[in-house]
Write a protein that binds this ligand. Structure first.
Ligand code: F6P
Length: 365
């Protein structure tokens, strides 16, 4: 006979520094604080549908708080409500949510902690609407979830991008070049904005402020006139010219958002060389931003989110996501976190600061 609560936990979507710190925090708080058992589903929601799991005890989460990746594995294409299978080379999608629910029931799982970004939290919300006791934890390097001040993983991605800018600075200066760094972020410019400011970029291009190529070129020429013969441009993968579109690299049909952005850095280099004749080189930082050790801020916020998620479950705050609000961790309805994307607003104070530091956003000639 089962006498303890048993909670499930999974990591969904693209991986992100801090996932293991959250898994560790959930498991420790469940065991030390409440004597709950913890079941970790493998490879995100896929493990829920395929009943693939491992028990998480104190030993399983020992020594992982500082590590990158996720000990549970993750997937950004396995949605139980639209479950992808390739049958005879043909893509098929079926609703397997009832299979997932009966697997949870069989295992005696009382509730589920979903660690994920907006795709995974959409799925979490759907399970909640089907009666499952769900708590969400906001994950993504993009920092684009509403209803929380910050997602875990973002600070580490910014640190990685800032380090790259520091390194590009020295080689840009040696060769009198324009160096372009393309960073991730999907439809939000948070990584580019924060890393660009921290790294002392000369131009920051983000999706929220479409750029004019001449304005970008003018900034580079202006710097030359000031005897600064190199420039650093940080461009978010979702940035686009005023009269153009975002650059799409590929489509992943089974994914919540099938669009994969990428390639704007190369386009920009070609365009800058064409209008100014100044040699431009591109570095695409890519998945380096998702890998490696979480910085201390992310370890701390992940630990806070994980423990608070268990507390929220214990007090019955189902259908909510843990969220940072000022100095406090609170719970907010998951629906609030996913109903709109958090983008850089027109009056963002960091944009203002950057402008006063002479950083161009490509919108003013
Ligand atoms: O959402 C996180 C993120 O890394 C985005 O910044 C990026 O656009 C996307 O995921 C890349 O996804 P994938 O791992 O499928 O290439």
């Amino acid at each position: 006979m089962k006498n303890a609560h048993r909670i499930g936990v999974l990591t969904g979507g693209g991986d992100c520094p801090g996932l293991n710190a959250v898994i560790r925090a959930v498991t420790k708080a469940a065991i030390y604080g409440y004597n709950f058992e913890v079941v970790g589903f493998l490879d995100g929601f896929k493990g829920l549908v395929e009943n693939n799991f491992r028990m998480l005890d104190l030993k399983a989460v020992s020594g992982i708080g500082h590590t990158g990746g996720t000990i549970l594995g993750s997937s950004n294409r396995d949605n139980p409500f639209r479950f992808y299978r390739s049958i005879d080379g043909k893509e098929t999608f079926t609703d397997e949510s009832d299979v997932a629910i009966s697997n949870m029931k069989e295992l005696g799982i009382d509730g589920l902690i979903v660690i994920g970004g907006d795709g995974s939290l959409h799925i979490a919300q759907q399970f909640f609407e089907k009666g499952i006791k769900v708590i969400g934890v906001p994950k993504t390097i993009d920092n684009d979830l509403s209803a929380t001040d910050v997602t875990f993983g973002f600070s580490t991605a910014v640190a990685t991008a800032t380090d790259a800018i520091d390194k590009l600075h020295t080689t840009a200066e040696s060769h009198h070049r324009v160096m372009i760094l393309e960073v991730m972020g999907r439809y939000a410019g948070w990584i580019a904005l924060h890393a660009g400011l921290a790294g002392g970029a000369d131009v920051i291009l983000i999706p929220e402020i479409p750029y004019d190529l001449n304005a970008v070129a003018n900034k580079i020429i202006q710097r030359r006139e000031q005897d600064k013969h190199f420039s650093i441009i940080v461009v978010a993968e979702g940035a686009k010219p005023k009269d153009g579109e975002m650059v799409v690299q590929r489509m992943v049909n089974a994914s919540h958002d099938p669009v994969r952005l990428g390639g704007i850095g190369n386009k920009l280099a070609t365009d800058i060389e064409a209008v100014s004749g100044i040699e431009s080189r591109v570095t695409v930082l890519g998945h380096l931003q998702r890998g490696g050790y979480p910085v201390s801020y992310d370890r701390i916020i992940s630990s806070r989110y994980g423990t608070y998620a268990v507390e929220a479950f214990a007090r019955g705050a189902y259908g909510t996501m843990v969220s940072l609000h000022g100095e406090e961790i609170i719970t907010v309805p998951i629906i609030e976190a996913i109903e709109s994307l958090k983008q850089v607003g027109p009056h963002n104070q960091i944009v203002h600061t950057a402008r006063l530091l002479g950083i161009a956003f490509g919108d003013e000639i």
